[in-house]
Design a protein around this ligand. Structure first.
Ligand code: ATP
Ligand code: MG
Length: 201
C-alpha cells in the first residue's frame, strides 16, 4: 500500500504555509506523497468572494510542480455542488484502492470533526493526521483522538509543525494595498497573480 496525504484547501492563493505543512506531514508520517486538493465550492467562504477555481487550480499546479512527491487533483473543483470530504475520500478509494489515505488537518478542524458532514465515513476511509503547533494544546488533541477512536474506531495521528504565520487572507490584503508578497509564496505563483491581475479589489 502506498501512503498518501490528502492536503485540501481553498488555496486562495496557495502559500509557503501550505507547502511547509504538506512537506512536514510527508516527512513526519513517512508518506510516499501528498495529493493537493483545491476545494470546489468556490464562490463563498466566510461570506467572501473566492478566486475562480481554475485560477486556484493553476496556482496550486505552479506551486508544486518542482516537487516530485507532490501531485494535484481536479476531483473537487470538477464536482458540482458543495464539497464534502467524505465524498472525496469515497471517490479516491474507488479510483485508487491500493492507497492508504492520511487526511491532513490543523488543530481547529480536528477538534470540530464530529460536526463535519458524515464523520463516520471520513474516519472509516483514512487516518486523520493533525498538526501540533507551538501554542496548540496537545492534551486536548490527544483527548479528541481518544474520543474519535471510541466513537468511530478512528485512526488518528499527531505531528509537530513549526509555526509559520502566513495566511491567504494576509496575502490578499497585501496585494490589495500594493505591499510586497515576495518570499510568502512561490515566485511563479506571484507572477501568475500579477499576469491575471488577481486580488486587486
Ligand atoms: P484563509 O486566510 O483564506 O482562511 P488559509 O491561509 O487559512 O486561507 P486555506 O486554504 O483555508 O488557507 O487552508 C488550507 C489548510 O492549510 C487548512 O487546513 C489550514 O489550517 C492550513 N494552513 C493554512 N495556513 C497555514 C499555515 N501558515 N501553517 C499551517 N497550516 C496552515
Ligand atoms: Mg483558513
Amino acid at each position: 500500500m502506498r501512503r498518501i496525504g490528502l492536503m485540501g484547501g481553498t488555496f486562495d492563493p496557495i502559500h509557503l504555509g501550505h507547502l511547509i505543512l504538506a512537506e512536514t506531514a510527508r516527512d513526519e508520517l513517512s508518506l510516499d506523497g501528498i495529493l493537493f486538493m483545491p476545494t470546489g465550492c468556490s464562490y463563498l467562504k466566510d461570506g467572501r468572494q473566492v478566486a475562480d477555481r481554475e485560477d486556484r487550480y493553476r496556482m496550486t499546479e505552479l506551486a508544486i510542480r518542482d516537487h516530485p512527491g507532490f501531485t494535484l487533483s481536479r476531483m473537487e473543483i470538477d464536482r458540482p455542488g458543495n464539497t464534502y470530504t467524505a465524498d472525496t475520500l469515497a471517490q479516491l478509494h474507488r479510483e485508487e484502492p491500493d492507497v492508504e489515505w492520511f487526511l491532513i488537518t490543523g488543530a481547529d478542524a480536528f477538534l470540530m470533526m464530529e460536526h463535519w458532514v458524515r464523520p463516520e465515513e471520513i474516519f472509516a476511509l483514512c487516518t486523520v493526521a493533525c498538526t501540533v503547533r507551538g501554542s496548540d494544546d496537545r492534551g486536548r488533541l490527544e483527548e479528541a483522538g481518544k474520543t474519535y477512536a471510541e466513537r468511530f474506531q478512528a485512526k488518528t495521528a499527531l505531528f509537530p509543525l513549526m509555526r509559520m504565520d502566513i495566511s491567504s487572507t494576509e496575502i490578499r490584503g497585501r496585494l490589495r494595498t500594493g505591499k510586497s508578497v515576495r518570499y510568502l509564496l512561490p515566485g511563479p505563483v506571484i507572477e501568475y497573480i500579477r499576469e491575471k491581475g488577481l486580488y486587486q479589489t
